[in-house]
Design a protein around this ligand. Structure first.
Ligand SMILES: Cc1ncc(COP(=O)(O)O)c(C=O)c1O
Length: 456
């Protein structure tokens, strides 16, 4: 195992003094812990300031889909800057946003033909929620304002998106929110309640619509595979039933694909993997493989229709949404995906990725392995037979004090998360292959075995 040396470089000192990191316990850095400073990336690997190399098993944050170090993709942005550094999509348009919208419409399922650009996933979700509300107002249903999402789902951090996010710890410091955020069970099939079959999960959405009153519900928002909680996949027929329910009650179906698009599940869009047709897709992250910030809402012709009548206007905009440099980078990213068979690579190798993770099931702490494509989680348990989970203190020790540090020191970046039950998540760059899965296993296995020994 490579052991990073402790240094107090200028970057460390300046980071500790001035940088406010996201979702981070800054106090732990005051008490002496070093901030991991990543300085270089190439392919599936990154390096820290001390020169230690890591396998990036999370594609940074589920986003560097084509891998690190693609200067050619970034150069597309630089070339664009020479021609037109910036113009807005607010009352004007520019060639790259038009070309990218057209390209996205060609890849998205069915009649999802209209693309509204944002700068991030949260802004995409925020935009989709506002779009749903205004759509219903324009079509004679002004009281349709509520949104149904799933327990423990993460849909972003802006105040509207947070109303859909179903993670209490993320919501509590900021309440009250936009009213109307409602939650239903997620598709955690490892921990179904007794007497509750997977075929009943979609029906909980209908029950909730009826409870709230169908005339008050604007939209349902769901990820194809739910990230928070640990890569919950849908049971057979789940999304088809959600589509039926949405149609029956005049509710818009939003597929939040901030993570699950751009090849993550082996298709351009997650909805294509599970064969359903949403009214809107929200996306970001892999849209540029993170070489520039960009997000989008892709809306159906039907959702767009009331906005072309008379003087109707979607009363929403963002100065930088669809920035020409980000759009040029996104077009180059899609070129790479098409010309280098990036999505084919996921299809060809997801079985080997899954088999490697399944091979860890002999380790006592491994309870469940689940996910799809290059997006998987390992749920950690105290007892494989009873599925007994860890209490808060045990989880704190296991994830934060032991696993995160040991895996990182061993050379693996992944996510140890307890927003639901404790999980380790892996979401490697889509260019990874079997030799990389061996590398992941070589680091993961001894650390999980040691965790089992210490718990046992
Ligand atoms: C499903 C989903 N929606 C929305 C977001 C928010 O995206 P961003 O962090 O780009 O604002 C995320 C971020 O991880 C996400 O996973």
């Amino acid at each position: 195992m490579a052991t990073p040396q402790k240094t107090t470089t200028d970057l460390q000192e300046q980071a500790k003094r001035h940088l406010w990191m996201h979702f981070s316990r800054m106090g732990s850095y005051d008490q002496g812990a070093d901030i991991p400073v990543i300085v270089k990336g190439e392919g599936c690997h990154v390096w820290d300031e001390q020169g230690n190399r890591y396998f990036d098993g999370l594609s940074a944050l589920f986003c560097v889909n084509i891998g690190h170090g693609r200067a050619d993709v970034a150069m597309a942005g630089a070339k664009q800057a020479e021609e037109l550094g910036f113009f807005t999509n607010w009352s004007y348009a520019h060639p790259r946003s038009i070309e990218l919208a057209t390209r996205i419409a060609g890849l998205a399922p069915g009649d999802l033909n209209r693309v509204f650009f944002t700068n991030s996933g949260s802004e995409a979700v925020e935009t989709a929620l506002k779009l749903a509300r205004q759509f219903h107002k324009l079509t004679g249903n002004p009281n349709k304002t509520k949104v149904i999402a799933r327990d423990i789902a993460y849909h972003g951090t802006t105040m509207g998106a947070l109303a859909a996010t179903g993670i209490t710890a993320l919501r509590a410091p900021f309440e009250p929110f936009m009213p109307g955020g409602c939650h239903v069970p997620n598709t955690n099939q490892y921990r179904l309640k007794p007497g509750y079959g997977p075929e009943m999960l979609a029906d909980s959405v209908e029950e909730r619509i009826l409870f709230e009153g169908p005339e008050t519900v604007a939209a349902v928002i769901m990820e194809p595979v739910q990230n928070a909680g640990g890569c919950f996949t849908p049971p057979e027929g789940y999304f088809q039933r959600i589509r039926e329910i949405c149609d029956q009650y005049g509710v818009l179906m939003i597929s939040d694909e901030v993570i699950c698009s751009w090849g993550r599940l082996g298709e351009w869009f997650g909805a294509q993997r599970y064969g359903y047709q949403p009214d809107m897709i929200t996306t970001a992250k892999g849209i540029t493989s993170a070489y520039a910030p960009l997000g989008a809402v892709i809306a159906s012709d039907e959702v767009f229709a009331p906005f072309v009548e008379e003087h109707a206007t979607f009363m929403h905009g963002l100065t930088f949404g669809g920035h020409p440099i980000a759009c040029a980078v996104s077009l180059a990213n899609i070129d790479v995906m098409e010309h280098e068979g990036v999505i084919d690579n996921v299809r060809e190798n997801e079985g080997a990725f899954r088999a490697m993770l399944d091979s860890l099931r002999d380790i006592p702490v491994v309870g469940d392995v689940r996910g799809a494509g290059y997006f998987h989680a390992i749920e950690l348990v105290k007892d494989q037979d009873t599925k007994e989970s860890f209490d808060d203190d045990e989880s704190e020790w296991l994830l934060r004090e032991f696993l995160s540090g040991e895996l990182f020191r061993g050379g693996l970046i992944c996510r140890a998360d307890d927003r639901g039950d404790p999980v380790i998540q892996l979401s490697p760059p889509l260019i990874a292959g079997p030799e990389h899965f061996d590398e992941i296993e070589g680091i993961l296995r001894p650390v999980l075995e040691e965790a089992s020994r210490r718990i046992g």
